[in-house]
Write a protein that binds this ligand. Sequence first.
Ligand code: ADP
Ligand code: MG
Length: 499
Amino acid sequence: MSEIRLQVNDICKYFGITKALEHVSFNIAKGEVHALIGENGSGKSTLTNSLAGIYQKDSGTFTLDGKEVNPANQVEANNEGISIIVQELGTLDGLTVAENIFLGHEDKFVKCGIKNTNAMNRKATELLKQYGFDRIKAADMIENYNFEDRKLVEIVKATYFKPKILVIDETTTALSGEGREELYKHMNRIREEGDTVIFISHDLPEILRLSDTITVLRDGIYIDTVKSSDIDEEGLKKLMVGREVSGKYYRADYGEEISDEVVMKVENVTVPGLISDISFDLHKGEILGFGGLSESGMHEVGKACFGASFDREGKVTLADGTEINDIPSAISHSIAYTSKDRDNESLVMNQSIRDNICLPSLDELSNKAGLLSDKKLYEFAGIHAKTMSTKMQSVDQFVSNLSGGNKQKVVLARWIGKDSDILVLDSPTRGIDVKVKQDIYQLMDKMRKEGKSIIMISEELMELIGMCDRIIIMKDGRINGELMRDENMDENVLISKMV
Ligand code: ADP
Ligand code: MG
């Protein structure tokens, strides 16, 4: 029996009427990667946020190496040897990379009341180099970096002081292959040094590969703890949803003809430094996939189609000849867009579900005098939040408090409400559990059958293969191949064109 590192003892946490955690108890050992899984909203983040001082639990205790810990904030948690890489963006704008790494621990660099910025930058540079992230510069402002690089900075921030417990909350979905490998390396190192990783991810193969032990939560209740070597994906899914995941996961049809009708024509689109000379047609009722490495330019293709690129050259034209050059014209011509960076680019976090869903439909919802009625907004938001079976208390709830899968449902509800004809979905299932993923795939299939056209951009090859009529592979900002829907397609064909 390995030694116990953390005892989770009868933890309860409520948010209003939502029971996020109900009497949760289990043990986590030293020297293990302990995975925490469960559907969206099952309480994983609430548990780890409570441990890491971000939330205050209502009752119960955490015992770390035999001693009760009850951190009031993240800095206190760090000092107890607990650190966390959160699901959302965990770095702060307005600070440098070095200031973010040492946030809350600046006193290390203060002498006689004066902050020694040079010493801090030197130390951060040394760490970044040690981690192999040399391209990130300590003195740069953090907002000069993209989401992925900011996550890499968070890895440094959370691990440089060798915590006893590192929590990684759904970080891997934000990382491309290289970033993931980097994170896995640090997870292994921590485990080999006898410390503990609590690992939250929706990627079940990844969980099975990396973890020693898996604990399952469902609706805030502890279900079971199993050894990773004793269970497989199907078994985990069953524990998560409490029944067998029934029906087809992806769409089931093959060999359907794509309509000749072109709804969007993209011609010679270039965004300097990101994509060059991209041309393709999107057909009515088609799901057109874009795959590639995260820096291949595929995410920019989505932005370009929505009129959201800076300095775009080339043309994006709709069937009626309308040219799409900016976001307002995209929205008024029934184009929807979900960003890979959901929290920063798709949702207004400090607004309600209602406002987020109604946002692009305000013109339709206002009366002749241009006025909006509260009642109408409530009704509209309620209907579409319900269609997506969003788990919420009411449409007044702020989106910042929703779990990842429910945030994505709000984003989709918004565009279903708008009744968009063309949907550009960038990473629509990023960080979402199996059950909600299945819902989203079914929704896409339904929309396709209704004659709507979808551009699906994804780093998950299996979902592209499972859902798309055609897949365009991007490499180094250019189109590097196109594949038609085929029952026998496997990931290797795509990978060979990606790298
Ligand atoms: P998971 O991480 O497993 O997806 P969470 O722990 O984020 O789930 O959420 C558990 C439940 O608690 C959900 O119903 C969620 O809406 C709710 N919840 C989480 N954080 C807050 C908050 N700050 N305010 C209100 N409700 C919250
Ligand atoms: Mg979570």
